[in-house]
Design a protein around this ligand. Structure first.
Ligand code: UDP
Length: 338
């Protein structure tokens, strides 16, 4: 069993989902150390006093040993990863090195220091094309790109480590992470930005000329792809609950994190128009290769196992919080960007 009060190491804690989780953990009074190489993360996304940011990579074992020696972590939340599906197809070794191989360096140090609680950022991309909808955790995991495979291999490694040395883990399979902190203080700043909701809003502020809708001939009611958009603050809450579950001696779990509500690309554009009162410039284009028609979670197991459920169920919450960030003083960017 883990000490509830021991410090927590959060890798990738300066990234999008990581920074929202760190903010929540700090507000809950937990002691957090962030390890982030700042390749995609932002120093300015760490906004709470008392959160230590260490700049470095999860493959740097001497650094990890010095951190474990100093802080005696009770648990690790591992966010640090690359997450561009297209890039993973073009440069798979980058993904297998960073998302899979480097995790082993971290796990080796955890084993040395007998730290046995691990919360892992997994993804619905581990399922590939779903056998049935909504997607439960028992859906076969047959990822269709290196990104999904790089994450699935870590899930397997965690199970083997559990057998071998008693590591307990929570693999949290995110659906479409979206939205920004409701107070507008931190948000989503990717370069390049490929995700639908920020791109729709970028089209509204003129940062891009228009939003291209990738395909209108899918087997869905309005012909555009359906996804399950989950608010980043709900994801943060699930990580806190997963930590508590493991600290209380709970078994290892793999959980879907979604709302269970499917929303089409056209419905996102409509929600953006409702929230902002502005008209989104849209161009209808061809399908993006590799996009399934519909991905929607059955999130009920996360409710049973962790006592978690999404509080934000209306996609307008995701859109309005992103709008607050993008139309706010930072214009959707941290100023530490080169
Ligand atoms: N999408 C789109 N135009 C864009 C970006 C995304 O039509 O500029 C569509 C994409 O085809 C998918 C949905 O929006 O059906 C969500 O895509 P996103 O890249 O945000 O997340 P993904 O589902 O790929 O993880």
């Amino acid at each position: 069993m883990t000490d509830f009060h021991a410090p927590i190491l959060v890798t990738g804690g300066a990234g999008y989902i990581g920074s929202h989780t760190v903010h929540l953990l700090a507000q809950q009074g937990r002691k957090v150390v962030v390890l982030d190489n700042l390749v995609y993360g932002h120093e300015q996304a760490i906004i709470d006093d008392g959160v230590e940011l260490v700049i470095g990579g999860v493959g740097d074992q001497p650094l990890l040993r010095s951190l474990f020696d100093k802080h005696a972590f009770g648990a690790v939340i591992h966010f640090a990863a690359y997450a561009f599906v297209g890039e993973s197809v073009a440069d798979p070794l980058k993904y297998y090195r960073n998302n899979t191989a480097e995790v082993m360096s971290l796990l080796e140090v955890m084993q040395e220091f007998e730290c046995k609680s691990f919360v892992f950022s997994s993804t619905c991309a581990t399922y590939g094309l779903p056998m049935s909808l909504p997607i439960t955790e028992s859906n076969p995991q047959q990822p269709i790109n290196p990104y999904g495979r790089s994450k699935l291999m870590v899930e397997w490694i965690l199970k083997d480590c559990e057998q071998a040395w008693g590591l307990n883990s929570a693999c949290l399979r995110y659906f479409n992470a979206s939205g920004c902190s409701m107070d507008g203080r931190i948000g989503e700043d990717h370069d390049p930005e490929t995700h639908l909701i920020p791109r729709v809003l970028m089209a509204l502020i003129g940062e891009i000329a228009e939003i291209e809708v990738f395909g209108t001939d899918y087997d869905t009611p309005d012909g555009t792809c359906i996804r399950d958009y989950i608010h980043v603050e709900d994801l943060a809450d699930a990580h806190a609950k997963a930590l508590d579950h493991l600290a209380a001696g709970g078994d290892s779990v793999c959980c879907n994190l979604g709302t269970g509500v499917g929303v089409s690309v056209k419905q996102i554009i409509q929600a953006a128009e409702e929230v902002t009162g502005k008209c989104v410039p849209v161009r209808f284009g061809p399908r993006r290769p590799g996009d399934p028609d519909c991905l929607v979670a059955d999130p009920s197991y996360a409710g049973q196992a962790l006592g978690w459920e999404a509080k934000h169920r209306d996609v307008r919450d995701m859109v309005s919080s992103s709008w607050k960030w993008i139309s706010g003083p930072r214009a959707g960017r941290y100023s530490d960007q080169a």
